[in-house]
Structure formats: structure tokens, C-alpha cells
Design a protein around this ligand. Structure first.
Ligand code: ATP
Ligand code: MG
Length: 643
């Protein structure tokens, strides 16, 4: 089969081939980025199907993201001797897709009648529980409590089992218990329940478990460094008693610790499965030599890692380059210009990926790419920038300052004014009664508390002042004078700790700076929103520039990669720096691994952007950038060039 593979252009070195043919018993494959781990997994599956005649329904291949699963299915298509029907029967998927399918299959009545909680619904439910114990919404970090609860669930710790270490955990433990009670009473389930539910099902039903153990005789897991307890337990259960378990991973790429993943399963695999074999790969086949050595320089600054040396195969002499745009807007312009130039010189859009730390980053690029007519896709988990809560509210302020009768904007603002939605009818009534705009009608509302009264009386006047200001100044005034700061503070607790409301506003100001009048800025925003909606309806373009967070880029590769925002506060992220200042290195090390993952996606060209201004403030170059050119490293300072 090796010969057949070679004929199809699938070359494997001797260590890789050893891993492919070791089909029985536990197998651990540890290796750095781009060393062909995923290639070994797919080749191994093909080898088992074609050479060993193992039926496809006996095999299961698990990955961490839907995109990676899709990619793996694509890669399987090129193997010789595998027909379409075989491929269809082969189970390749994420933990959630595979195990949720099992649940639905065996307990359809139960699970079909339940509904899956969205993130905001989880958050609401928790707040409901919080109100029962008089927790102040403003002061309690509900988002962190949700993460904590999810962590417990993924570690199979039930509310009863929690042993709170401090007051914070005590509160979370109470919330956890109530959260579960409310959830069950409403026939709801969350993402974590898919896995714990399946685990319970298998444990409580030995006959079923045995059937699955017999059926899935061969289990493989990619990106094993990111596995968490419940996932590991499920895999462990499934592979008994044959233990034909093949796991591949790289501890340097463990980037989900914040969600409970534990690279120790990778590190201790050989003691968990002492009869197993370990194979190490040292050749990087993906990236050019300079990229590998610069990425190595960064990751070797981590103290917590299994030491390994990664060597590059390809000897291209194009070095990674740093560029220093003024701000995020210029960053986007420079990248789009560079992409255009490279496309003119023969590159194709799918050669490019633009990677960033958080979703907010993609906004300026989105706008530039729309204007440039280069096809692109954005992988996004949250709302698009202009639809985010804080941004929408700020824009509504701008709108109402221009159009005091804009009902939509008023509806949107009510919450930020700390009024109940029902008040809209009152506002409308007052505007008819006093023959004035909706905005002016605020002055005439009754039954208000003194602090509300003051704010509502001031608002129309402030809006008048804003009317002729530049959009950037106007946003500054909105932040300072219209009580928006209080609102933002409140948002800070609600949102993800990595994506703060005040960051959104700072980002919006950078974009507003490009426009002289509010009207032209609003027009621009409308145009972009319309384009975005239009784009959503179109079929996904396959030959397109890819925009995604680094977390989503795991396992993927691109000829040219741009990394955005290599500044302190973004990468490493503020929250990691805070922890670091408090003496906790772990989050910072995870950020470093994130940088390593990002850099090692590049095959030929790697460009890292170090903006001078970031979110409207002067920024400091990321410490990781300094580490790239460490003098002790094989690469000299001059090799990391500036363009
Ligand atoms: P990551 O850690 O990023 O997930 P990986 O270890 O899974 O990377 P692969 O994606 O499997 O690496 O392989 C990286 C690239 O190298 C792919 O383009 C793959 O086709 C190629 N490759 C793997 N092995 C060889 C080989 N022996 N000869 C030539 N190319 C190879
Ligand atoms: Mg891989």
C-alpha cells in the first residue's frame, strides 16, 4: 500500500510509516506542528480499510473542530482504493457530533423533546439563580461562574461533589446546583450535557456499552493535547477491551486549558497504557526553515513543555516579516494591498489566511476586503461587529442624534437608559401628546426616579450637541456624558472576559475616525451591514481568503499567513498579563502556545503585524515578537526583517 500511496503523491517517512502500520494496541504519536500527525491518522485509516480490510463502521476518528473534521474527510478522498460508500460509513467527527448522535439514537424521546441552551440563555438562567441569593448583577462575574460550572461538568463533578475552596467557589457551587435544577425543570440542556449525558448512558447500560465497544474496535483522536476529562473518559470506555487507541498531539499546541482541556493526558499516556508504543516525529513538512525556527524560538520560552526539536524539511529563504502599521485601519489596508499584489503575481485567494486573537479584530479587514472585491470568508462564532450589543447601542445614539424620531434606535437605547422596554409606548404617547420627537418626549415621561429624570432631561440636549460633531468626538461624548460608561461597566461582566464592551467602543472610534460627519459614518456602517447580510446568503466561496481566530485555525495550513495585533494586551491578552503580574504563568504560556499555533500555520510566507496604536491607545510590541529573534537562537536578529 505504501507504493500505491506514493503513486498518489502521499509520501510517508519511515517513522510515519511505522505509525501507520501499527494498527493494534495503544499508540501515541507526539510531534511538533506540521510534522504530518494528521496525515498519519488519515493514512492509517486508509491503510486499515484497504490493506487490512477492516470495515469502515468499526473505526472512529475524532477531532476538535467541525472544520478539522471536514478537512479530514476531504483528505481521505485522495487515498487509493477507497470508494465513496466506504467513506460515508467512516465516522469522522467532533466529540460533540459523535457522542450526541449516540444519545439521540438511543434516547430519542428524551433528547428530542429537550432544547439546547444558547450562551445567552445559560447566562440568563444563572442570573435567575443569582437573584435568588441576592447577588448583585453588576458585581458578580457571571461569565466566569459559567466557565467554572462548565469546568466542573467537564470534570464530572456534580453539584453534590463540589468542595468549594473559597467564597467565590462556594457561590458558584450554589449557582451550579440551582442552574442544574432550573435547567432540568425546563427540559433544557447545554453543550456539556451532550457528553456527560452520553457518558451516563453508557455507564448505566452495560449491554449497550459492550455493543459499542465491539463495534468501534479502532479509535483515533487528533489534537489529543486538547482533550478534557469527560472526553477522555468517553474514549477510554469505548476502546476497552481491545485498546486499539491511537492518539496524536503536540503539547506545544494545547490552547484550550481555559475550557478545561488537560495536556497531562498526552504526557501521561504511556503510563495509562503501559503496553502501548510511542512514536516521535521531528520533521516539519509544512513550513519553510525560517518560519520553523522563529516559531521554535517563541515556544521554547515556555517553561512547561516536553522538550523536542523540530526541523524543517523545506529550505526556502523567505523569512517571516514584521510590519508596523499605524493602527488597525492601516493594518487592514497593508494586508489587503499585499494580498492584491501577490494575487497579481499568481497567487490564488485560498492561499491566504488572516489570523487574530478575538473576533473584533476582523472588522477593519472585512471592510477593506469588501471594497477590494477579493473573495473571502470569515469564520465567526459570535455576532458580527456592528451587531454586537455595545456597538449597536453606540450607533443608536449616533442615529438618534441625527434622526430624533428613529423608532428603531429608540427601542435599542431603552436598555442603555435603564428603562424597561414597555416604556416605549409611553415615549410614543408623549411624543404625540406634546407634538415633539421621540427624543424630546423623554423629557415628559413620568414616574421616573430622580437619577433617571436628570439623565433623560439632559439627553436631548446632549444629542443636539453631538449632532454636528465629528463621529469620533461624538462617540467620546456618548461614552463620557450620556451615562454610557455605567452601561459599559455592566456589560463588562456580562460579556466574555476576552471581549469587553469597552474594547468594542474603542474599536468603533478607530473606524469612526475615517469619517468627517456622523451621517457619512452611519452610511458607511449601513453599507457594510448590508454587504454582510448579503454575504451570509451567498454560498460559501471555496477559493477565498480565510479570516479566523487562531483557535479556529488549529490543524490547518496556508501558503501565506498574516497574524494581526502582535502587541501587549492583545497577544498576550490583557487577562493573561494580569494573571502573570499576579504570579500565575499559565495563561501567559497558553498565549505563547497560541502564537506558536498561529505561526506554524504558514507554509511559505508569514507576516506579523505590530500596530503602533491599538484600540485607540499607544501599544507596546508583543513580548513574543522579541522572543522571535532571540540572540541565542539559530536565527539572527537581521533575519526577522521589516518591510
Ligand atoms: P498540526 O500540528 O498543525 O496539526 P500535523 O502534524 O497534523 O500539523 P499535517 O497537517 O499532517 O501535520 O502535515 C503538514 C503538511 O506536511 C501537510 O501538507 C502534509 O501533507 C505534509 N506532509 C506530511 N508528511 C509528509 C511527508 N512525509 N512528506 C511530504 N509532505 C508531508
Ligand atoms: Mg494536524
Amino acid at each position: 500500500y505504501r507504493g500505491l500511496l506514493e503513486q498518489s503523491g502521499i509520501i510517508l517517512d519511515s517513522s510515519q510509516w511505522r505509525a501507520v502500520t501499527k494498527t493494534e494496541g495503544p499508540l501515541l504519536l507526539v510531534a511538533g506542528a506540521g510534522s504530518g500527525k494528521t496525515r498519519v491518522l488519515t493514512s492509517r485509516a486508509a491503510y486499515m480499510l484497504v490493506n487490512e480490510g477492516i470495515p469502515p463502521q468499526e473505526m472512529i476518528l475524532v477531532t476538535f473542530t467541525a472544520k478539522a473534521a471536514k478537512e479530514m474527510k476531504e483528505r481521505m478522498k485522495i487515498y487509493p482504493g477507497i470508494d465513496k460508500r466506504t467513506l460515508q460509513k467512516l465516522m469522522i467527527g467532533t466529540f460533540h457530533s459523535i457522542f450526541y448522535k449516540m444519545l439521540i439514537h438511543h434516547e430519542p424521546e428524551t433528547w428530542d423533546s429537550r432544547f439546547l441552551l444558547k450562551e445567552w440563555q445559560r447566562s440568563q438562567m444563572l442570573k435567575e439563580a443569582g437573584r435568588e441569593m441576592d447577588l448583585e448583577e453588576k458585581e458578580f462575574a457571571y461569565d466566569q461562574a459559567l466557565t467554572q460550572i462548565s469546568w466542573w461538568k467537564n470534570h464530572l463533578i456534580t453539584p453534590k461533589d463540589v468542595k468549594p475552596a473559597d467564597i467565590w467557589e462556594e457561590r458558584c457551587a450554589y449557582l451550579y446546583r440551582r442552574y442544574e435544577e432550573i435547567r432540568i425543570s425546563r427540559s433544557a440542556f447545554d453543550f456539556d450535557d451532550m457528553l456527560t449525558g452520553c457518558y451516563e448512558l453508557l455507564l448505566s447500560n452495560p449491554v449497550l456499552l459492550e455493543r459499542y465497544q465491539k463495534r468501534f474496535s479502532y479509535v483515533s483522536v487528533d489534537e489529543f493535547q486538547d482533550i478534557n476529562k469527560i472526553q477522555f473518559k468517553l474514549i477510554q470506555l469505548l476502546c476497552e477491551p481491545q485498546r486499539n487507541l491511537c492518539v496524536v498531539g503536540d503539547d506545544d499546541q494545547s490552547i484550550y486549558a481555559f475550557r478545561g482541556s488537560d495536556p497531562d493526558y498526552l504526557r501521561s499516556f504511556s503510563s495509562l497504557y503501559p503496553e502501548g508504543q510511542t512514536i516521535i516525529l521531528n520533521q516539519n513538512y509544512r513550513s519553510s526553515h525560517p518560519i520553523v525556527s522563529v516559531a521554535n524560538n517563541v515556544v521554547t520560552s515556555n517553561k512547561q513543555r516536553v522538550s523536542k526539536q523540530l526541523q524543517a524539511q523545506s529550505t526556502s529563504d523567505t523569512v517571516p516579516f514584521l510590519f508596523f502599521p499605524y493602527d488597525e485601519e492601516e493594518e487592514a489596508t497593508m494586508i489587503v494591498t499585499d494580498i492584491k499584489e501577490r494575487i497579481e503575481n499568481g497567487a490564488t485567494p485560498s492561499d491566504f489566511a488572516i489570523l487574530y486573537r478575538t473576533n473584533v479584530h476582523s472588522m477593519a479587514l472585512f471592510e477593506r476586503l469588501i471594497q477590494s472585491s477579493i473573495p473571502f470568508v470569515v469564520e465567526q462564532d459570535g455576532d458580527s461587529f456592528y451587531k454586537r450589543k455595545v456597538v449597536r447601542k453606540a450607533l443608536s445614539y449616533l442615529r438618534i442624534s441625527q434622526h430624533p424620531d428613529d423608532t428603531e434606535a429608540m427601542t435599542d437605547l431603552i436598555g442603555a437608559l435603564f428603562l424597561k422596554q414597555e416604556r416605549l409606548t409611553d415615549i410614543k404617547r408623549m411624543s404625540i401628546l406634546h407634538d415633539c420627537s421621540l427624543l424630546e418626549a423623554l423629557k415628559h415621561l413620568d414616574g421616573l426616579k430622580p437619577f433617571q429624570l436628570k439623565k433623560l432631561e439632559e439627553l436631548p440636549n446632549h444629542c443636539k450637541e453631538i449632532r454636528t460633531a465629528s463621529p469620533e468626538t461624538a462617540l467620546g461624548m456618548i461614552e463620557k456624558e450620556l451615562g454610557f460608561k455605567d452601561y459599559l461597566k455592566k456589560q463588562g461582566n456580562e460579556g466574555n472576559k476576552m471581549d469587553k464592551g469597552s474594547d468594542d467602543l474603542a474599536r468603533l472610534k478607530v473606524s469612526a475616525r475615517q469619517h468627517n460627519t456622523i451621517e457619512s459614518f452611519l452610511q458607511h456602517v449601513n453599507h457594510i451591514i448590508a454587504k454582510q447580510d448579503e454575504k451570509k446568503k451567498q454560498p460559501i466561496e471555496s477559493n477565498a481568503v480565510q479570516l479566523m481566530t487562531i483557535h479556529r485555525s488549529k490543524g490547518l495550513e496556508f501558503k501565506t499567513v498574516y497574524i494581526l495585533g502582535a502587541v501587549e494586551g492583545s497577544m498576550p491578552h490583557d487577562y493573561a498579563l494580569e494573571a502573570w503580574r499576579d504570579g500565575d504563568d499559565q495563561p501567559l504560556e497558553e498565549e505563547r502556545r497560541l502564537m506558536y499555533v498561529a505561526m506554524t500555520r504558514a507554509e511559505q510566507h508569514l507576516a506579523i503585524s505590530v500596530p503602533m496604536m491599538y484600540r485607540g491607545k499607544r501599544a507596546q510590541r508583543s513580548r513574543f515578537v522579541r522572543e522571535m529573534s532571540r540572540r541565542t537562537a539559530p536565527l539572527t536578529r537581521n533575519e526577522v526583517t521589516t518591510r
